[in-house]
Ligand binder design. Structure first.
Ligand code: G
Ligand code: G
Ligand code: MN
Ligand code: NA
Length: 253
């Protein structure tokens, strides 16, 4: 309970910040967007999301936190648009309880309108497990988001039990290959079989595919050879505070 009220105050005091991990197109080593990841600046230390997001999900604080993250991402997209010509999107991770909200589209509309960026400046990530767990409640939001131009990415793809036939009926734009498969690329034949299948599936469905957790040149080479050129991971960059992302933007936009 103490942690809960501390987190509530942290949000009001501006102690929650977003860091950004570049998404890279290895054809040209160009940044093509970024994933926003929350951090809590508490007593001079940066608390990682793993230490407070689960509690926020249990208590419901994840809702105001996510609403704040959407607004902050829109603000950041505007700043980068003005200063660097940034025209890509910032991805925000959302739990299924956010996708269930009937006012999600309206909230996103308010965020992008407040800063004068297009809806496509915000991309949403939902994990495959959260999506499938709560599919019937989430689908209406997916359609409304798609209609206004907010792209949906399926995070941790390959770890759940999606009905592939069903996936093709959903208005999603991207799948992110889970890092467990990327980790074992070049080590176990199973991992490259899974990655090959995901890439083929994505291509057949007209979806973009991006690999997360890319840490080595070897993983990068295998992915590229298998037909995946969008990547995210420590090989390129860890999640960075905004001023460090600007070093990327200054170089590559
Ligand atoms: O940044 P880090 O690697 O520590 O993130 C750990 C986990 O926390 C990731 O699974 C990520 O999806 C989750 N996470 C980070 N930021 C957010 C956020 O803003 N909202 C939600 N729901 N999850 C987040
Ligand atoms: O899928 P999710 O949204 O949880 O991914 C974000 C998390 O992944 C963050 O905690 C981030 O720090 C972590 N991450 C990003 N790149 C890498 C990487 O190359 N290797 C590992 N192990 N973790 C990574
Ligand atoms: Mn993610
Ligand atoms: Na992920």
């Amino acid at each position: 309970l103490e942690l809960e009220s501390a987190l509530h105050k942290a949000l009001e005091r501006g102690e929650i910040v977003l860091h950004y991990q570049p998404k890279v197109d290895v054809r040209g080593a160009r940044m093509v967007g970024a994933e926003a990841l929350m951090r809590w600046k508490r007593d001079g230390k940066l608390i990682p999301p793993g230490d407070f997001i689960p509690m926020a999900e249990e208590t419901g604080l994840i809702v105001p936190l996510s609403e704040w993250a959407l607004k902050e991402a829109a603000r950041q997209a505007k700043v980068w648009q003005l200063n660097f010509g940034f025209a890509d999107s910032i991805a925000v991770n959302l739990p299924s309880r956010m996708f269930e909200r009937s006012d999600l589209v309206e909230h996103i509309h308010q965020c992008v309108s407040a800063y004068g960026v297009p809806h496509r400046a915000i991309q949403l990530e939902i994990t495959e497990n959260n999506l499938m767990k709560d599919l019937q409640n989430v689908i209406p939001s997916l359609h409304r988001l798609n209609e206004v131009g907010v792209e949906i990415s399926i995070d941790d793809f390959g770890t759940g039990y999606s009905s592939l036939a069903y996936l093709t009926t959903l208005p999603i734009s991207e799948v992110k290959i889970d890092r467990t498969f990327v980790r074992d690329l070049g080590i176990t034949p199973q991992s490259s079989a899974v990655v090959t299948a995901i890439i083929a599936l994505a291509r057949a469905m007209g979806l973009r595919v991006i690999a997360e957790g890319v840490e080595t040149m070897r993983q990068m080479d295998v992915l590229h050879r298998l037909g995946c050129s969008l990547m995210q991971g420590f090989l390129f960059s860890k999640p960075l505070p905004p001023e460090e992302v600007e070093l990327w933007l200054a170089q590559t936009v």
